[in-house]
Design a protein around this ligand. Sequence first.
Ligand code: UGA
Length: 434
Amino acid sequence: MKIAVIGTGYVGLVTGTCLAETGNKVICVDIDAAKVQKMQEGQVPIYEPGLDVLFHRNIAQGRLTFTTDLAHGIKDAQIIFMALPTPPGGDGAADLSYILGAAKDISKLVTEYKVIVNKSTVPVGTADKVQAVFKAHTNVEIDVVSNPEFLREGVAVEDFMKPDRVVIGTRSERAQKLMSELYGPYVRQGNPVLFMDERSSELTKYAANSFLATKITFMNEIANLCEIVGADVDAVRKGIGSDARIGKRFLFPGIGYGGSCFPKDVQALAKSADENNYDFQILKAVMEVNEKQKTVLVDKLLKYYKGDLKGKHFALWGLAFKPETDDIREAPALYIIDELVKHGATVTAFDPEGMANVKRLIGDKISYVEDQYEALHHADALLIATEWSVFRNPDFEKMEEVLSNKVIFDGRNLYDLEKMIDLGYYYNSVGRKL
Ligand code: UGA
């Protein structure tokens, strides 16, 4: 099939590349000329495991191309994906100006039937708004479809190629047929393509992310309570996760959820409920608890150092909001850095992929090193903010040589408690005994 993807951010690029991989001819359109040129020269603009292989292969075989020219991009496309940003506006509601603007531009160019697919996370009713934009500018028949993405950064290619489910919101049979044909190769194992109306599909995306954010937040609170009552959150996690109704996944406590999706989507769903005069109380609690959770490590440090962090020096392992990404949006590490610096402490950080982005954002507020052990030099303690695999089984002897004190505050529960006791560390993790 012939496909256009408008917007080559994280979602657009993964979508375009993975759609080309099953034989479709994909043109990706972006207004950023420098970025388009780089992609034409074969440079992948984001770090996402597995994406580069597919990206290069499909460019080489002529199935994946890039342009800044919208008219050229959509001319032959049967399906046009819109993967555009929906940043939170000043009031927390998603800002639809990119999507509605692109819809208007496309509407002035179409000459034959096309399916317009909304891949971005958008409030309920957006498909109707996009359809109205088309109605206002063209007589050509168009179907607007909601098709939310459920890609996790770091495993986005796998999530796209083998989705748990594909959700498609449209009541048009013609659009349903084209979309089933397109997604057929991705659900060969029998995972469902779920057709529903546009509004249910739009809400499904917010409900999924908000539910997951709630699940994590619930576990974070259980972890905090574990510390107070002397229970072990690992045991509790396994104890409840074995119940199939709860499930083992997404129960790992930590220092709060971050990233570009959960914080924004929980806020947008709460806002949209408010606008519809519904008081979505649980979401408000989730946001409040998550804010506090981002700085639990700092609270623990303050307690340990009796309220005085002035002149202390900390090593920080992990900056990205989660492993296998260079994304630092809403990363708990940034909140930790902020608090530490405010309290007069200094920080040396290491992250396998996230350092360039942090440097760009906060400059020399902290120091950066290219080696995880180097970060430990003369540090009063090590803080762990992201569970990168390279931190999971470090050389503890080497660490001892450089750390001023054998003190670790771990926001991701990477190490075995018994082992840390044997090694003689003061090891403070989340929801576990000291
Ligand atoms: C999330 C969803 O998982 C995707 O399905 C969705 O498509 C995506 O948002 C989106 O809306 O675009 P992502 O933000 O990439 O994906 O990351 P997750 O792996 O879901 O992690 C989100 C946050 O939860 C991270 O800060 C992570 O550290 C935290 N988390 C996750 C925990 O604290 N504990 C867990 O057990 C799992």
